[in-house]
Design a protein around this ligand. Structure first.
Ligand code: GRF
Length: 204
């Protein structure tokens, strides 16, 4: 059984896609141990609670500085000790110590085809605004392993989505979510849970 912790910051539609996929059997051999958000008001936390999944808030605002938050966040994750950490719309930089402790065991969904429209400042709606501004005809989403960089880890999977005439950032974001994110992330988790994508040995 693959034990996962899902980290969220906002609406939680990717979390919902994961929970639904577990319920309908598209994801097997997987258990969500907990959902963690940096944002106490994240709708994603209510989605977890409605699914009887422990929902925790760990906010940088509750700590004197980022170093203290990073330490608390990392210690909490070590105590939970999941097999896999899934970043699903999580907007906080992962502490370097957590990346080290869970090397090769953290995945992220990015709403663009990395290496396009990624890195510092490229998150949420802003990604789609930039894609439309540039005038790309095709965008999409990427699932990748998380390393010490921002959106730089080894790519696991990608799915292309066509930009349509008259798209607004909101319309494009929704299409990328529906056609790419909500497909790729559950698929990646199921592939990991069933050994089609190998994980490194757990750091003791
Ligand atoms: C969305 O912009 C999504 O593209 C990205 O994170 C944001 C929030 O997603 N992955 P969610 O609805 O909280 O899963």
């Amino acid at each position: 059984m693959l034990k996962i912790v899902v980290c969220v910051s906002g609406g939680g539609t990717n979390l919902q896609a994961i929970m639904d996929a577990i319920d309908n059997g598209k994801i097997t051999n997987t258990e969500i141990m907990a959902v963690i958000s940096n944002n106490a008001h994240a709708k994603a936390l209510n989605r977890a609670r409605n699914h009887n999944i422990p929902a925790l808030c760990l906010s940088p605002k509750s700590y004197p500085d980022r170093a203290a938050f990073n330490e608390a966040f990392t210690e909490k994750m070590k105590k939970l000790s999941p097999d896999l950490i899934v970043l699903a719309g999580f907007l906080v930089a992962i502490p370097p110590a957590m990346v080290d402790a869970f090397e090769g065991r953290i995945i992220n969904i990015h709403p663009a085809l990395i290496p396009s429209f990624c890195g510092v400042g490229y998150y949420g709606l802003h990604v789609h605004e930039k894609a439309l501004e540039y005038g790309v005809k095709v965008t999409g989403a990427t699932v990748h392993f998380v390393d010490q960089g921002m959106d730089t880890g080894r790519i696991i999977s990608q799915k292309a989505v066509y930009v349509q005439e008259g798209d607004t950032p909101e319309v494009l974001q929704r299409r990328v979510m529906e056609e790419a994110e909500w497909v790729l992330l559950p698929q990646a988790i199921d592939d990991i849970a069933n050994g089609r994508i190998p994980l490194p040995k757990k750091n003791l």
